[in-house]
Ligand binder design. Structure first.
Ligand code: C2O
Ligand code: CU
Ligand code: CU
Length: 481
């Protein structure tokens, strides 16, 4: 059993989704907590979930075997942080305590929540100083697989172990035998099994980010994952690594993809059973374990050419099959209360040009930025911190369509806060699946077009989730007002 699953029972002081007033930095928001998503299908208000997360240094057996334990930064002493499970409609109140030697915040990646709860230092809140606390509170409007991580000094804080999964269960969960989260991480360790302290290395920043040398699944190097013949498993994959994209070959396990970035999709079987997961992305799978007792199936990660490795073995127990034919129950999820973008001439159209990086095209006047280790540019400018003037402003309630053109030699998983977006087109071709994402991977020299209804007021970050890219310029703000 995984340790540290937080599923506290609902508190007795359940209140409506009342967000206490806090001092807001950046822009002023309309007062009060009027319905944030007026289109939302009514989700019965449920209980209040109280959770405490403390960020602090810890020592964990990351590599295992004969290797020394690893000094990390962790939530509640474990890596990944505790798996938080709540139910759609719950109000979540998370008290974040900072016992690090530097300021931090917690960002709830993919969760559509009020701006003041988004956890971006100097933009949505003052960073939590060492010894300080901050209370995050929001309603879980969408069911799905999300995650949490700091947004302060992100490359180092996330890279040292601060992240965890946040699962919002559907009011009526899918019928499966097991619902399991796999948090995938990538660590750059030196040969004493300690974390390489060279965060912010210009080589990582200007190339593909900090790729590590040690892959973990739920905080240990994966070897075997035990299953029983005939069982149906819902597997929630979360990629919390700074930079690595995974391309897992499930092959004969023939998974169905049922959700991407927490948002349901019409279930489909990816060709060859291959599941690609860029940094920060999530994929929910349903797998009917069709092998015989005693079988063993290897899952390889073959994403980077010439660097394939065995990721984990699925090992069937010797128990008799749980059933003879796959469970006869639906695997499609109900959609979340997302407003549908309307693609017509009322929609606001924007273009974002991604430039810079090693071997890439630079905008004019790039030199003065490069001296400052600002290697990446959105529409000609690198971001320095979090509080920037906006790339563009969208009127509250309007559909916004953004074309992202990657003119660099590197891939970029681009992430928008506060909203989910539909992927409308890739390379000027319609994208028939039309999946909702919060992080879209754009290969070098390719483009995507996304659409969303700007229904959540605030200054929302839009950045590359290769954290070394984010911190060296590939970041900006979309203002919804
Ligand atoms: Cu995962 Cu700006 O966030
Ligand atoms: Cu985010
Ligand atoms: Cu990038």
């Amino acid at each position: 059993m995984p340790t540290g699953i937080l599923t506290e029972s609902p508190g007795t002081t359940a209140s409506p989704a009342g967000i206490s007033r806090r001092r807001l930095l950046g822009i002023a928001l309309a007062a009060g907590v009027a319905p944030m998503f007026p289109d939302a299908a009514p989700v019965a208000a449920r209980g209040l979930r109280r959770i405490r997360l403390t960020a602090a240094p810890a020592i964990v057996p990351l590599v295992g075997g004969e290797w020394p334990d690893t000094a990390v930064w962790a939530y509640n002493g474990i890596v990944p942080g505790p798996e938080i499970r709540v139910r759609q409609g719950d109000t979540v109140r998370l008290t974040a305590r900072n016992e690090l030697a530097e300021a931090t915040t917690i960002h709830w990646h993919g969760v559509r929540l009020p701006f003041a709860m988004d956890g971006v230092p100097d933009l949505t809140q003052e960073p939590i100083p060492p010894g300080g606390e901050f209370v995050y509170e929001f309603g879980a409007v969408d069911a799905g697989t999300f995650w949490y991580h700091p947004h302060a000094n992100s490359a180092e804080q996330v890279g040292r172990g601060l992240s965890g999964a946040l699962v919002v269960e559907e009011p009526e969960p899918l019928r499966v035998d097991r619902d399991v989260v796999w948090v995938l991480d990538d660590w750059l360790l030196v040969d004493t099994a300690q974390i390489d302290a060279g965060f912010g290395h210009p080589m990582h920043m200007s190339h593909g980010g900090r790729l590590g040398n040690t892959i973990t699944l739920n905080g240990t190097i994966p070897d075997e994952f035990a299953v029983r013949s005939g069982e149906r498993v819902r597997l929630r994959l979360v990629n919390v690594s700074n930079a690595r994209t995974f391309g897992l070959d499930f092959a004969e396990l023939r998974p169905h993809v049922i959700a991407l970035d927490g948002q349901p999709v019409a279930p489909y079987q990816p060709p060859g059973g291959r599941v690609v997961l860029a940094a920060a992305q999530r994929v929910d799978l349903v797998i009917d374990m069709g092998g015989r007792p005693g079988d063993r199936v290897s899952i390889a990660d073959s994403y980077y050419r010439g660097r394939a490795y065995r990721f984990v073995d699925i090992v069937y127990s010797s128990e008799a099959p749980l059933r003879d034919s796959p469970l006869d129950a639906p695997i499609a999820l109900p959609r979340n209360p997302l407003p549908e973008p309307v693609v017509d001439d009322q929609a606001q159209r924007e273009t974002l040009l991604l430039e810079g990086g090693a071997m890439g095209r630079m905008p004019p006047n790039a030199d003065r930025f490069l001296r400052d280790r600002q290697f990446w540019f959105l529409n000609g400018l690198p971001a320095k911190g979090h509080a920037e003037s906006p790339l563009f402003t969208v009127e509250l309630g309007r559909t916004c369509i953004v074309t992202l053109r990657n003119e660099t030699g590197w891939e970029h998983p681009m992430h928008l806060h506060g909203h989910a977006f539909r992927v409308l087109r890739r390379n000027d071709e319609p994208n028939l699946r039309g999946e909702w994402l919060d992080t879209v991977l754009i290969p070098p020299q390719q483009s995507v077009e996304i659409g969303f209804v700007a229904d959540n007021p605030g200054d929302w970050m839009f950045h590359c989730h290769i954290l070394e890219h984010q911190m060296s310029g590939m970041s900006g703000i979309v203002r919804v007002a």
